[in-house]
Design a binder for this molecule. Structure first.
Ligand SMILES: NC(=O)C1=CN([C@@H]2O[C@H](COP(=O)(O)OP(=O)(O)OC[C@H]3O[C@@H](n4cnc5c(N)ncnc54)[C@H](O)[C@@H]3O)[C@@H](O)[C@H]2O)C=CC1
Ligand SMILES: CC(=O)C(=O)O
Ligand SMILES: [Mg+2]
Length: 500
């Protein structure tokens, strides 16, 4: 594997091993998690998705086509699994893969990659999971023109037909496998939140980009706040990139401010959203419904500087003096030296998280953020990055990627048989992750290291089971929760002479 000439070649090589010998594949992953997570998952998985039809060797997963909605049951039946045999299904319609946009049927690899992390990081049984591609077409011209493209050759279906397809998926998946958690990944901003809000009460749904990302970012902020000394209720948050992830995080941080004593109106007023049209204000056309609670009063910003009519990130940072700056925009390099320096002038220990993925989309590299802030910034990123040396000190950079949280959350949901993923379970997961680090040492990481992710996921899952019990959604009630979690974790070892 190490002799392969590129990260993509390593990804393909490992996928072939996955097909030949699942136990060995996961044993290698578990024993080399920090080295191999970036290969099977973020950032290399982005390239594997882009090249999917060209690197295609063998299908993994279930492919559901919007052109053949009546075949759904038949497709699931090919798995030859009974109603109690599946714990988890990860699906994507691939409209907003990581920060690289619409990749059609190649998006199956994000479902495969997310599931590999579930198993390697939390011991979810790989024989009891299903990756799904919901192929509703693609708007990417280069795919439609590519003779090798394997997906449906038409633009994305939207509106009533799309909604009927999603509803039919939820109904078929949950009636075929009633115990399964339905994980949604990388849907576009017009669908991600809408699906969760519309169906979250009826089906056991988890939206990773909103809920998982919100919770891991909250964990990193809880750690950072211990260092900065500014109370949660007094934080001022600027979110750059007000889409699914950005507003999902804003919601969880706003709720954390309320829990720390801010009133709900005040907490929302301590959040500023910036998108392509600049700082979002109430008088703008085309605001998304989930952006509206945070849009600013135009009078409040009447005398702020504008560039082509838009209030920039730099102007917002100068005026607001935020304590937290989050990047979920996919705009590489948007956190400039001026932005970071201005933020460092306004607050003693600025919390700066450029968490867009993959590497080509990150708002700033941590080495720059740390240098531009004179070593004051508390930094976490979505991609894995090596420690940064600055002014004689080593800064460990925590990976604020939902992969550091969703495996434990999923394991806890499965062990408790929770009928819903509640806000209490998300908060418990965030708190459990944050409690596993001591950020007080100068340069310490804000999050647990990937090397210990399996151990960390067990601790997180235990907290999640307890929260599910407290919230009254658990259908299984283990007496020794920690023991039940550890027993549920699948181990990559050969049993009964079976190799794979
Ligand atoms: N670290 C993590 O765990 C996660 C990171 N992400 C990353 O966050 C980014 C966004 O993902 P989603 O929220 O799912 O996508 P999205 O499409 O829902 O949101 C992106 C938002 O950024 C805005 N935007 C684009 N260019 C901009 C610019 N130049 N200036 C200001 N705003 C701009 C878009 O209009 C959109 O509202 C991606 O790079 C993704 O990889 C997403 C989920 C988890
Ligand atoms: C990490 C992840 O879920 C994303 O970038 O979309
Ligand atoms: Mg995602």
């Amino acid at each position: 594997m190490r002799a392969q000439s590129s990260d993509l070649a390593k990804n393909v090589y490992l996928e072939q091993l996955h097909d030949r010998n699942e136990t060995l594949y996961f044993r290698v992953l578990v024993e080399h998690l920090a080295e191999l997570l970036p290969i099977v998952y973020d950032p290399t998985v982005g390239e594997a998705i882009e090249k999917y039809s060209h690197e295609y060797r063998c299908p993994r997963g279930i492919f559901l086509s919007i052109d053949r909605p009546d075949d759904m049951e038949k497709a699931f039946a090919t798995l030859q699994l009974g109603p109690e045999d599946v714990d988890l299904i990860v699906c994507t319609d691939a409209e907003e893969i990581l920060g690289i946009g619409d990749w059609g049927v190649g998006g199956i690899q994000i479902s495969v990659g997310k599931l590999a992390v579930y198993t390697a990081a939390a011991g979810i049984d790989p024989r009891r999971v299903v990756p799904v591609s919901l192929d509703v077409g693609t708007d990417r011209r280069s795919l439609l023109d590519d003779p090798l493209y394997l997906g449906n050759r038409h633009s994305r279906v939207r509106g009533a037909d799309y909604d009927a397809f999603i509803e039919s998926y939820l109904e078929t998946a949950s009636s075929t496998f009633p115990d399964a958690l339905l994980h949604f990944e990388d849907f576009g901003p017009s669908n991600a939140r809408r699906i969760l809000e519309q169906y979250g009460g009826r089906y056991r749904i988890f939206n990773d980009d909103m809920q998982g990302t919100g919770a891991i970012t909250l964990a990193a902020v809880l750690s950072a706040v211990k260092v900065s000394g500014v109370r949660m209720r007094d934080q001022k948050l600027v979110v750059f990139g007000a889409g699914t992830a950005g507003v999902g995080i804003a919601d969880q941080l706003r709720d954390a401010m309320v829990r720390d004593g801010a009133d709900s109106r005040q907490a929302a007023a301590q959040v500023w959203l910036i998108d392509k049209q600049g700082l979002l204000t109430r008088d703008m056309d085309g605001l998304r419904d989930f952006q509206q609670p945070y849009a600013r009063d135009p009078d409040e910003v009447a005398d702020w500087a504008r560039d082509d009519g838009a209030i920039s990130l730099l102007e917002t940072v100068r005026r607001v003096e935020p304590t937290i700056l989050l990047g979920t925009s996919t705009a590489h390099g948007a956190f400039t030296r001026e932005v970071v320096q201005s933020m460092s002038e306004g607050t003693e220990r600025p919390i700066i998280f450029p968490i867009s993925n993959p590497t080509s989309r990150i708002e700033a590299m941590p080495a720059d953020v740390i240098a531009w802030s004179g070593g004051k910034a508390l930094v976490a990123t979505g991609i894995p990055v090596p420690p940064v040396e600055y002014d004689g000190m080593t800064y460990e950079i925590g990976q604020a990627n939902n992969a550091l949280l969703y495996p434990g959350l999923g394991l806890g949901t499965i062990v408790s048989g929770a009928s819903q993923v509640t806000s209490g379970m998300l908060l418990a997961a965030a708190q459990a992750v944050a409690d596993q680090v001591d950020p007080s040492r100068p340069g310490a990481s804000l999050l647990p290291p990937v090397e210990s992710l399996r151990e960390s996921s067990a601790v997180t899952a235990t907290a999640v089971v307890k929260a599910a019990l407290d919230d009254g959604v658990a259908t299984s009630k283990p007496t020794d929760v920690s023991e039940a979690v550890r027993e549920a974790m699948w181990q990559p070892v050969y049993t009964d002479g079976a190799a794979a």
